[in-house]
Every structure is written in C-alpha cells, then in structure tokens.
Design a protein around this ligand. Structure first.
Ligand SMILES: Nc1nc2c(ncn2[C@@H]2O[C@H](COP(=O)(O)OP(=O)(O)O)[C@@H](O)[C@H]2O)c(=O)[nH]1
Ligand SMILES: [Mg+2]
Length: 287
C-alpha cells in the first residue's frame, strides 16, 4: 500500500455518506497530516539547546527570518523531512539579565499560545533556579504549565564527575535527586527528564515523554522529524493512536453541527470506529 492507496481506504470507509460530508472529512484528515508543529526550546545560553535539537531531529534546517522588527525576536528554525515541516522556536535565556526579563515576559506571552510544547532545559550543574521558578509561576502561568517539559541537560556534568563515557552510580543518584528537586520546585504537569547529549544518555525516554506531552494533533508530525533511533515502537504507537483519535474528532465535530440531517448523523456514528481504525492502519503512509 502507498499513500494514495491509504487515502483510498479512508475514502472507502466513508462511502455510505453523502459526497459533501465525505469530502469534508477527507479534507480535514488531510489537513491533520499536514499539521506543522511548533516547539519552543528555552534555557540559558549554553544550556545545550542547539545540541539537543541536533541530536533529536533529522530534518533539514532552514533559518526563518522574522519580519517583526523586534530586537529580542526569538530565532525560528524550520525543519523539513520530505513534505513535512516543523518549526523550532529558540527562546532567549531567562534569568540572564534582570533588565531584560520584562521584555522576555512580553515575548513569551506572545509565543505560548502558538506553541505545542516548550522544552525547558536546565543544565545539570545550574543551581541558581530562583529566577526560573519566578518565571514559571508568574510569566508562563498555570494555564500553560501543561505545555512545559523540563529537561535536565548535560547530566554528565553532575557531581562527582565522570571519567569515561558512562555516568557513574553516584552521578545517577545525584541526577535522581535533581529530578526530585525540580518536581518539588515546579510541580510540573509532565515528568522531568534528564539527558546527556554527549553520552547519548536519557534521550529515548525524553523523546517518549515529549511525544506523550504533545497535543494529539502534533505527535505524528513531530515523530516524522525524529532521528531514526528515537522512532521506537512506543513512540510510533502513541503517534498512531493519536492520529486515529484526531480522525475520530473530525467526525465528532460534524455531529455537533446543527444542520447535519439525522440520517447522515446515524451513518457518521456508524462509521466512526471504522474511520478511526482505518486512520490507524494508514498512519505509516502519512508519517
Ligand atoms: N558535557 C556536555 N556538554 C554538552 C552537552 N550538550 C551540549 N554541550 C556543550 O555545551 C555547550 C553549549 O551547547 P549549545 O547546544 O550551543 O547550547 P545553547 O546555547 O543552549 O544552544 C557546547 O559547547 C556543547 O558542546 C552534554 O550533554 N554534555
Ligand atoms: Mg544555541
């Protein structure tokens, strides 16, 4: 089966519906396959933002020049794999300069509603987190906490230091402690992750949590951008399930429209489960 055959199977599952309804559904499912996710990445300069993005994502990067004449405009990068796109917004460091924090606050409040997720990097040996905490509570605010995934970066730099290319038992214990500390400090919605890009440690778990933290419509398009080793069965399964569910919500949305006649509603309800299951089956051809 290829992509157009995938589209054909979807169409077949809708054959009992009037043409305007099935066309509308297909068009909206097609839009879902072209959803362009936007992921923010924040953390102080040197936290390891660029290194992490390069480690996780495969897409070819093209810098996006912001038209807005703002001195602190965030850097945006557009990644492309095949015909799929994703945007990464590199948000400037919080807590690096008091005088700029007001400016950052405005900028974050503009960006947050459009972002699917924010990866918030905290360097393993960074102990000055008071400003981060303030920022999380006052600027990000509870309404957006579900969009934040805290990542302890450069875990290899945790005490007592490692000689080889593996973390010592003592280091792993200290990383667990740091994770506990961040949970106490931020009470995050999504569980805190720890990674070391240098040692390629913790990345798979981090990617899984990222996929679980994303809104349903964004998970598959993000998976499409991942470097291959991170496309684990677990990650693919979650994305596939999400895609099926979002296809289902397309039909649910039609049911909520007052002008859809009762016989059509009955058919929509009858084919819903089939559409979800076909969408899951054809997922591979879209992502
Ligand atoms: N030891 C270690 N160094 C890292 C790791 N990740 C990044 N770095 C280094 O930290 C520095 C800053 O990284 P970069 O990705 O440019 O940080 P950014 O300013 O947040 O984008 C660079 O010299 C990286 O090579 C890591 O996991 N372990
Ligand atoms: Mg950078």
């Amino acid at each position: 089966m290829n992509k157009s055959e995938g589209q054909q199977s979807l169409q077949n599952s809708l054959s009992g519906l009037p043409q305007w309804v099935s066309e509308r559904i297909l068009q909206q499912i097609n839009q879902l396959t072209h959803y362009e996710p936007m992921i923010g990445i924040m953390g102080k300069t040197g936290a390891g933002k660029s290194s992490l993005c390069n480690a996780l994502f495969a897409g070819e990067v093209s810098p996006v020049s912001d038209v807005v004449a703002c001195t602190r405009a965030p850097l945006r990068f557009r990644l492309q794999v095949g015909e799929r796109f994703m945007t990464i917004v590199d948000l400037p460091g919080v807590g690096e300069s008091e005088s700029r924090d007001a400016e950052y606050a405005t900028l974050y409040r503009q960006q947050l509603p459009r972002l699917d997720l924010v990866l918030w990097l905290i360097k393993a040996d960074d102990r000055a987190l008071a400003v981060d905490e303030h920022f999380y509570r006052q600027v990000i605010g509870e309404a957006y906490w579900h969009k934040v995934l805290f990542v302890i970066s450069q875990s290899d730099k945790v005490e007592p230091g490692s000689s080889g290319n593996k973390l010592s038992t003592e280091q792993k214990q200290n990383i667990s402690r740091k994770i506990g500390l961040l949970h106490e400090l931020f009470q995050p919605v999504n569980p805190v992750c720890a990674v070391s890009v240098r040692m390629t440690w913790g990345l798979r778990v981090m990617v899984e949590r990222m996929i679980y933290s994303l809104p349903r419509e964004a998970s598959s398009p993000v998976v499409a951008q991942l470097q291959h080793p991170f496309r684990t069965d677990e990650v693919n399964k979650k994305a596939r399930d999400d895609f099926g569910e979002t296809a289902g919500t397309v039909l649910d949305a039609l049911l909520s429209l007052p002008f859809v006649p009762t016989p059509v509603r009955t058919v929509i309800q009858a084919v819903r489960d089939t559409v979800v299951s076909v969408a899951r089956t054809v997922w591979n051809f879209f992502f």
